[in-house]
Ligand binder design. Structure first.
Ligand code: ADP
Ligand code: MG
Length: 589
């Protein structure tokens, strides 16, 4: 814990003990409860890229569950908390199952539908009190104390909000967290590293719903009454507003967003009617305008500006290098050199009317470096995608280490020891180089969400980071480990992709144009690294345009043109082939 955070923490703790107006405490209580919901959205929308307008409905579930159970059946609100969480998890699971496999806008639409229907249910059910809701909800009791007043429940609200923030922060800095950070825009890469992206989408959807539910529980026992209006769609939109304003993607942004929202909203409620001379919900319009302005001029919210100022006093620490001597990760048993490793038989891919890969067959034996060459558009990358399971094949067979893998999902193929890089580099720009490489170790580690949030995963994290660093050293990139991957040039980014692939401990490495963007010296260094890998028994299939690079490195070449295999043979045979000369004449070579 940063010592400099002690002062703000103390202030937060002492505030209710000081003679500050009750209004302040009430405001802070709301900010804490709002921040809990907004924190879920930071995870779900900011990091995971999934938009939900329905969080207020989850707040309502938590609030109504406990209010109903405690008033009707005299059940302790603490049991009500868990009942609310259970109901929330069930509903969230159902919604996730229904919508998360679909792409793009289905989720936001579904959350709107769900928010509307739940709100309608609350407002029309006799036993939920219709529009009047449930009155005289009991106050919370803790260790014999009644948390009746704003000043006493303040501590509970802020303890929960801060613990949740720490939990989410811990999560984002962990094995599951790196997978979650890949969801927004790098799903295909994550799957190729063995991550079940669907699973992590469900997890963050559930977590966000649960945070909202807890906020609702606090709300019910703070207000001592519940009714449908605070859980309406409008509030769902406002929660999203808070997350966006504060700094979507950052844990503390949730708090800033909640605070800014609450203060602006209250001020506007007072000022606008005076200015306009009439009553009405004008603040909604103004908030809408503010939101549009922020999205346009500060798309990352207020937080990044806050960081710039705060970092003068609170340096945001780099990950401490604490993994020296960590036990190595488990390695898989490797195939014998010379064994048939990959057998591709009549591989075919049709994109509508285009036959991108036309009955391609070839083999790779363990310890070989095979090059796949051919003019642009020949179908090399598509062949890679078919072999690694990134796209489905139209027909043909692929067998890897004796087992049929054609048609399996990318992450199942990754599990069997095949790893790859991408022609269009797929790194997570706001993660460090080391973290990106550590993502390659996903399948060699196990820590789940709960362990990560509680920081019980540190031993395994050390092993992962030690491995990631080792792989970076292997390709000569260790000095850049702490840089953000997005800040590097294309050449080094390609090398990082190789390190990430190596971190999966593969038996076969598929490299799609690894030398593109490298300078001559760097290419020579890369060739030397690949030769070293070969000496260690690794097999490599590579696509490359640089003929000099390919000729000096590979044992065998497969030449493709218009989706078809033109010729296969040693570099010498291929170089001498008139057909290959013809294929390349007039193209970029
Ligand atoms: P290469 O890597 O050899 O340059 P690609 O495998 O990327 O070639 O592409 C082969 C052909 O398939 C090209 O004509 C390309 O436009 C087409 N193609 C590749 N991916 C798709 C896709 N997802 N949908 C439609 N056509 C595609
Ligand atoms: Mg390509």
């Amino acid at each position: 814990m940063n010592k400099k955070l002690l002062l703000p923490a103390l202030l937060l703790f002492a505030l209710p003990l000081l003679p500050v107006p009750e209004f302040w405490i009430t405001q802070l209580n709301y900010i804490g409860m709002f921040a809990l919901v907004s924190l879920g959205l930071v995870l779900l929308t900011g990091v995971g890229g999934l938009t939900s307008f329905g969080q207020a409905a989850f707040v309502g579930l938590g609030a109504y569950s406990s209010a109903l159970l405690s008033t009707r059946f005299g059940i302790s609100p603490w049991l009500g908390l868990f009942a609310g969480l259970a109901v929330t998890m069930l509903v969230a699971l159902l919604l996730a199952w229904l919508t998360l496999r679909m792409s793009g806008h289905y989720l936001p639409l579904a959350t709107i539908a769900w928010a509307l229907s739940l709100n309608y249910t609350m407002a029309s059910m006799e036993f939920l009190g219709k529009y009047d809701g449930i009155l005289s909800v009991p106050a919370l009791q803790l260790f014999g104390f009644s948390l009746q007043g704003g000043r006493s429940i303040y501590y509970l609200i802020w303890a929960i909000a801060l613990l949740a923030a720490l939990g989410v922060r811990n999560l984002l800095d962990s094995r599951p967290g790196r997978a979650i950070r890949a969801l927004n825009g790098a799903s295909m890469m994550a799957e190729a590293m063995g991550v079940s992206t669907f699973r992590y989408k469900v997890i963050i959807f559930m977590l966000a719903a649960m945070l909202a539910s807890v906020s609702g529980w606090l709300f019910a026992h703070f207000q001592r009454t519940v009714n449908p209006s605070p859980f309406a769609l409008k509030m769902g939109i406002e929660y999203l507003f808070m997350a966006v304003v504060g700094g979507i993607g950052n844990v503390w942004g949730a708090f800033i967003g909640a605070a800014v929202f609450k203060v602006i909203e209250d001020q506007l409620k007072d000022i606008l009617p005076l200015m306009l001379g009439s009553q009405g919900n004008f603040e909604i319009i103004v908030l809408g305008v503010v939101l549009v302005l922020i999205i346009k001029y500060a798309p990352k919210g207020i937080w990044p500006y806050g960081v710039a100022v705060c970092s003068r006093w609170f340096p945001l620490g780099q990950r401490r290098r604490d993994w020296e001597g960590a036990e190595p990760l488990i390695r898989r048993t490797k195939p014998e050199v010379g064994e048939l490793l990959l057998d591709v038989v009549k591989l075919r891919k049709q994109f509508g009317g285009l036959l991108a890969v036309n009955d391609i067959s070839f083999q790779i034996h363990t310890g070989e470096i095979v090059g796949l060459i051919g003019p642009n558009g020949a179908g090399k990358s598509t062949t890679f995608n078919l072999i690694s399971g990134v796209i489905g094949l139209t027909s043909g067979q692929v067998s890897f280490r004796g087992a049929a893998v054609g048609g399996l999902a990318a992450r199942e193929i990754a599990q069997r020891g095949m790893s790859r890089t991408f022609q269009h580099v797929k790194l997570i720009g706001d993660m460090t180089v080391l973290e990106n490489v550590a993502l390659g170790g996903h399948l060699r580690s196990q820590s789940g969400t709960a362990r990560a949030m509680l920081r019980l995963d540190r031993e395994e994290e050390k092993r992962l980071f030690a491995e990631a660093e080792r792989q970076l050293q292997r390709i000569g990139m260790a000095s850049q480990a702490d840089q953000l991957a997005g800040n590097l040039a294309l050449g080094p980014q390609r090398l990082i992709e190789i390190a990430r692939a190596l971190c999966t401990d593969p038996a076969l490495l598929l490299l799609d144009e690894p030398a593109a963007g490298l300078r001559h010296k760097e290419k020579q260094a890369l060739a030397e690294v690949l030769r070293q890998l070969k000496r260690e028994g690794l097999s490599i299939l590579l696509v490359e345009h640089d003929m000099e690079f390919v000729m000096g490195l590979t044992d065998r070449l497969v030449v493709m043109e218009f989706g078809t295999k033109l010729i296969e043979g040693t570099p010498e045979v291929v170089q001498a082939s008139p057909a290959v000369m013809a294929a390349y004449l007039g193209t970029e070579h």
